[in-house]
Design a protein around this ligand. Structure first.
Ligand code: FAD
Length: 576
């Protein structure tokens, strides 16, 4: 530490380590060993003093875990973070990292930067969680630094509250050869590997002794999966090749082929039809070989085998690089935990609407590794009715009904969503009656049931996106910030099952829209209210939204300057 930085930090050091500072003042700095000894004692001291603090263990430093850490502000916690990477990565920009539109370091923020000014103590362990032992309230971990630094370290961390935000892994659907031969695009390292491989393919194809056939193979880039990530990567790669590599490798440009394989009938299935059509037409115009209805059955080190859904035709094609992007699967540590707690048959960890793992009040899960078990209105309808029917007459007065409407909306978000879509004509009529009718009018259970009978049919799981994960992190941090106060004064929506009120409102997701960058400075945007915009103006909207969503001003500046650098100088094709 430079002298300047030491003095800048001195007042904080005195506050944090009073004993160390007193010892240093009294005895002078008389050697490294003494310093090490006093620091060690100070660490033990700070832990003793914090024994009343609740120990919260956060697993994962992705969107969910980092949003939680960033928004937690209550000093009554001692936070322990365990993650194999000591940084947060802005995943939506990973496709840009694969071709150098944005540099890898511009999309990451060290986790210690995020927690350093927080009013609570944070310990970060760069390690992987191997097992969650909810019965004994501890997690078992293994250090994840390079083993050259000296063997793996195994350790345990106990907790009062556990927050599981472990994300998901790429799903290969057990297709033979995928794990061994394909690139994935999940982590920053994956993006860096892809960038090197693209340049490798071009450099190898430039070797004069390589045959034309081999050159063609090397320059055949295959992307499997027509979801947002696959599509965005295909677009970025196409731009890289046409804007930058074509002029640097003029003899190779005619050999390049980009193929996008999708098993369904269309790419970007989760988007509005207009976006799907535009994207497909644009890719075909750009010369991207788009093959829908094509399932990959096997991958070897040089060839990919596909089966056409319509005709059953099996075809093998040689390739230089494959990027596999077909959705997400469960991490082994989550699978094992689910088995232990009786959720063995699920894809993700089931939580209630307060993000608590079912049956484990002190364990929370969010982001891609979890799914909220939405409560069905019809399963609870009798209880809802009887709770509303305070006088036990078997009929609800309009006032009784008014009293429960808010709780119904809160507890069963599907009701409000359907109402907004005007699909709940019966329920809307009831609601209007409740606002206009006299107190004498009554609703019996059959009318009540009929009005709500179709609500549950369209309950949907939340998508596995950064938007959901980040909102869940913010929500949970707010709950933890208010935990003490709420314990004294528990208010909140009715529990229709069980007794009593819950302390917090359930988690509600607010969809803010989604983007699909399509290359050539064109983006498709689908905003709330199914508002669709495609083209150059949406690209500028994309730039501003993604700049604003950065975790820090530092990364915001880096990303924006990378975009500027790319506009002026193009992308860097060096193989580093
Ligand atoms: P992650 O962000 O994946 O974080 C998981 C964390 O857990 C990581 O820190 C990881 O290191 C850590 N971890 C893993 N295993 C262990 C272990 N055993 N022990 C301890 N820690 C562990 N979503 C959008 O909304 N918009 C987009 O534009 C978008 N683009 C994307 C582009 C790409 C290329 C990718 C891959 C995803 C994109 N997503 C996007 C999806 C989004 O990134 C995920 O939904 C989001 O990251 C999920 O957040 P999470 O916190 O659940 O998991």
């Amino acid at each position: 530490m430079s002298g300047f930085r030491f003095f800048r930090r001195t007042p904080k050091l005195i506050q944090e380590h009073p004993r160390v500072c007193t010892a240093l003042l009294l005895t002078g700095i008389s050697g490294g060993s003494l310093l090490a000894f006093t620091e060690h004692k100070a660490y033990a001291h700070s832990n003793e003093g914090d024994s009343k603090k609740k120990k919260v263990v956060v697993l994962g430093t992705g969107w969910a875990g980092t949003s939680f850490l960033k928004n937690l502000n209550h000093p009554s916690y001692e936070i322990h973070v365990v993650s194999p990477r000591n940084y947060f990565a802005f995943t939506p920009l990973l496709p840009s990292v694969t071709v150098g539109t944005v540099e890898a370091r511009s999309v990451v923020e060290p986790i210690r930067n995020i927690t350093k000014n927080k009013p609570f103590d944070t310990q970060f362990r760069e390690a992987e969680c191997l097992r969650i032992d909810a019965e004994n309230k501890k997690v078992l971990c293994r250090s994840s630094q390079d083993t050259n630094l000296g063997g793996e370290e195994h350790f345990e961390v106990d907790y009062d509250y556990l927050i599981i935000a472990l994300g998901a892994r790429s799903n290969t659907f057990n297709t033979p050869g995928v794990e061994e031969n394909c690139h994935f695009l999940k982590e920053v390292e994956d993006a860096q590997r892809i960038r090197r491989t693209v340049v490798d393919c071009f450099e190898r194809a430039s070797i004069p002794s390589i045959s034309d056939e081999e050159r063609k193979r090397l320059l055949h880039f295959v992307i499997v999966g027509g979801g947002p990530t696959g599509v965005e990567f295909a677009a970025e790669l196409h731009d890289f090749v046409t804007d930058d590599l074509a002029s640097l490798y003029p003899l190779l440009k005619d050999h390049v082929q980009i193929t996008l394989l999708e098993a369904a009938d269309h790419i970007l299935n989760m988007f509005d039809k207009r976006i799907t059509t535009f994207a497909e037409q644009k890719f075909r115009r750009d010369g991207i070989n788009l093959k829908t209805g094509s399932m990959v059955t096997k991958v070897t080190d040089k060839a990919i085998t596909t089966k056409e859904r319509a005709t059953g035709e099996i075809k093998s094609t040689e390739y230089g690089m494959i990027v596999w992007s077909t959705g997400i699967g469960t991490r082994p540590v989550i699978t094992n935990f689910m088995k232990e707690i009786g959720q063995g048959n699920r894809r993700a960890l089931a939580t209630d609407e307060w993000l608590r793992v079912e049956g484990h009040e002190n364990v929370y899960a969010m982001g891609d590794c979890a799914t909220i078990n939405q409560r069905s209105v019809m399963a609870d309808i009798t209880e809802i009715f009887s709770k509303a029917d305070k006088n036990k007459t078997g009929k609800l007065t309009v006032n009784d009904f008014k009293d429960v409407i808010k709780d119904i909306f809160e507890r069963y978000p599907q009701v409000e969503i359907h109402m907004k879509r005007q699909q709940l004509k019966g329920f809307n009529a009831l609601l209007q009656n409740s606002q206009t009718s006299s107190k004498k009018e009554v609703i019996d259970i059959e009318v009540f049931k009929n009005a709500l009978s179709e609500v549950d049919t369209q309950m949907k799981n939340l998508p596995a996106t950064a938007q959901v994960a980040a909102q869940q992190g913010v929500y949970l941090a707010k709950c933890f910030n208010n935990m003490e106060e709420c314990e004294k004064n528990p208010e909140g929506p009715l529990r229709f099952r069980g007794t009593g009120n819950h302390r917090f409102h359930p988690f509600r997701y607010r969809h803010l829209g989604q983007f699909a960058p399509l290359g050539g400075e064109q983006t498709a945007a689908q905003l709330p209210g199914d508002w669709v915009s495609i083209g150059y103006s949406s690209q500028w909207l994309w730039y501003s939204v993604y700049a604003s969503k950065q975790m820090s001003w530092r990364t915001r500046m880096l990303v924006v300057s990378d975009w500027g650098r790319r506009f002026i100088f193009g992308r860097d094709s060096s193989r580093i």
